[in-house]
Write a protein that binds this ligand. Structure first.
Ligand code: FAD
Length: 483
């Protein structure tokens, strides 16, 4: 049987779903994609107006799909949408995407296939496939806390992803809840339009600047291999990592302290009373975010007020904070994050793979208890398009028998080892199992190793010190025999 006889259904047409669909299609599978929204692109299609990619374009992208030359260095969301759309068109998967079509059920059948129920314009349709690849993203259900008194509030409460238009904030007292990257992006974007602007935060995380000391672009460090040696060592540390984090631990601590002092000075965190309370060593590897230029400066000069407090309740014209203070508000913008929605999976499947801290899967993709199932995009790295293209290639090569997965027992042991490793230094949260951040590089190395490929894409010196770009993996994600 050729792969063309094998059917695959992909849930979602965001960055991950498109990578999976393109790759599996190129490897000869008969692919169908269901996308709940009217447009492809996922988070890049439905978000706040100033959203742009945090990394330079040569770092964020599909390895075998370059950006058009006129794309700005940090591509705004509309450029990402065009980029993704052109990708779907070029690789022949556009016609395979069913828009406005939500998968409401995905269940394994007794004969090892997957029965999918999709709802399109209120009509439900069921079909069976050999494989089910889910790519619903990790940011798919808006999370807004249920504060008391909200019904009495005469202003508006919206999620950060719903901010589109200056008229929503013009001349208003705006309160942003959260200290995430989207909170900061929006604050910088609207500061000149609002009457007053306050950002509420519970705790502060270490910001990474676009340019370190205003000179060196952050990707020079974030995407190079050598700084990863200072990270908590990957699951099975080699000799060098054991030595560095054993006998030379003092040196590692000094490295991170130096980095803290440097960032603190650059953002003047002490003077602005915005010093994070967790060591950067842990923060960077669990909560990495790049601060928009000017945010801390605007806080310093008082244009944006930053309060360490939370909303206790709503009142008619504003919010009462837990510190007793009252803030007048016309608009409360909740940059309070997202929840997962995996409700399309039956409870008996979900309980095999899902825990309080997210999904626990082999290589973050598979589980021996769910044959024919894969999750692409179920891991949060630092340049997700490259990461998800690599996951898709790994999956396609596995399904076409280019390599074999280890036994079920070995997969379960690996899942358990990864879980224990994350528990050791990432605090519990709903997506702990899916956090990779700067450990993306050793994870990609593992995928390369499984595929029998050399993980080093450059000579020794460049491999350690030059930043890795998406294009460094172009020959891996491009198929030898595209159809
Ligand atoms: C505000 C914000 C900024 C970000 N910035 C960056 C950045 O600068 N760099 C970076 O590397 N990453 C960034 N990310 C991470 C980002 O999520 C990834 O870059 C990537 O776009 C995620 O792609 P995805 O396909 O996994 O998920 P999504 O983009 O969420 O796409 C999932 C798709 O699945 C669809 N879907 C969900 N459920 C169903 C269903 N039941 N049936 C059918 N369709 C369904 C959704 O409609 C959606 O279109 C950012 C995320 C957010 C939220």
């Amino acid at each position: 049987m050729t792969n063309a006889n094998k059917t695959v259904v992909v849930l979602g047409a965001g960055v991950a779903g498109l990578a999976a669909a393109k790759t599996l299609y190129q490897y000869g599978f008969d692919v169908t994609v269901h996308e709940a929204h009217p447009e492809l692109g996922g988070v890049w299609a439905n978000n706040y107006r100033s959203l742009r990619v945090l990394e330079p374009k040569w770092v964020y992208g599909y390895p075998d799909w370059p950006w058009p030359p006129e794309t700005p260095l940090y591509p705004p969301a509309r450029h990402v949408r065009s980029y993704l759309s052109a990708y779907a068109e070029h690789f022949g998967i556009r016609d395979r995407i069913r828009l406005n079509s939500r998968i409401v059920e995905a269940a394994p059948t007794a004969d090892g296939r997957w029965r999918i129920v999709a709802e399109t314009d209120g009509e439900r349709e069921s079909a069976e496939y050999d494989y089910f690849v889910m790519a619903p993203g990790m940011f798919n259900l808006k999370k807004i806390p249920d504060w008391p008194g909200r019904e009495a509030f005469e202003g508006e409460v919206i999620h950060s992803s719903e901010f589109r238009d200056g008229a929503q904030v013009a001349g208003k007292n705006v309160v942003i809840v959260g200290f995430s990257r989207s909170a900061m992006d929006i604050a910088v974007d609207i500061v000149d339009e609002t009457d007053s602007l306050t950002v509420l935060h519970r705790s502060i995380r270490w910001p990474v600047p676009e340019k370190i000391l205003g000179l060196i672009r952050n990707h020079v460090l974030l995407f190079a291999r050598w700084p990863t040696h200072f990270a908590p060592p990957w699951i099975r540390p080699g000799k060098f990592a054991r030595f560095l984090h054993g006998k030379l631990q003092g040196g590692v601590n000094f490295f991170w302290k130096f980095f803290e002092v440097l960032l603190s000075a650059q953002f003047r965190l002490k003077q602005r009373k915005l010093e994070p309370d967790r060591p950067i060593r842990l923060d960077l590897f669990t909560n990495l975010y790049v601060a928009p230029p000017r945010f801390f400066e605007l806080v310093g000069e008082g244009s944006i007020a930053a309060h360490k407090s939370e909303i206790e309740s709503f009142e008619q014209n504003g919010v009462r904070l837990t510190n007793g203070e009252f803030l007048p508000a016309d608009l409360v913008l909740c940059a309070t994050g997202w929840r997962h929605d995996y409700s399309f999976l039956p409870a008996e499947s979900l309980e095999k793979i899902y825990a309080r801290d997210g999904m626990h899967l082999y290589r973050h993709m598979l589980h021996p208890a769910l044959p024919g199932f894969a999750f692409v995009g179920g891991v949060q790295g630092i340049n997700s398009a490259t990461l998800y293209a690599m996951q898709s290639t790994w999956l396609a090569r596995l399904l076409t028998g280019e390599f074999t997965a280890p036994s079920a027992a070995e997969q379960l042991a690996e899942i358990a080892a990864l879980k224990a490793w994350k528990n050791a230094f990432v605090s519990e949260r709903p997506n702990r199992s899916q956090v990779l951040n700067l450990h993306q590089m050793p994870y990609i190395d593992d995928l390369m190793g499984d595929m029998g490929l050399e993980k080093r894409r450059k000579n020794w010196l460049a491999d350690q010190f030059a930043p890795y770009r998406s294009a460094d993996y172009a020959d891996v994600t491009a198929t030898a025999n595209p159809r």
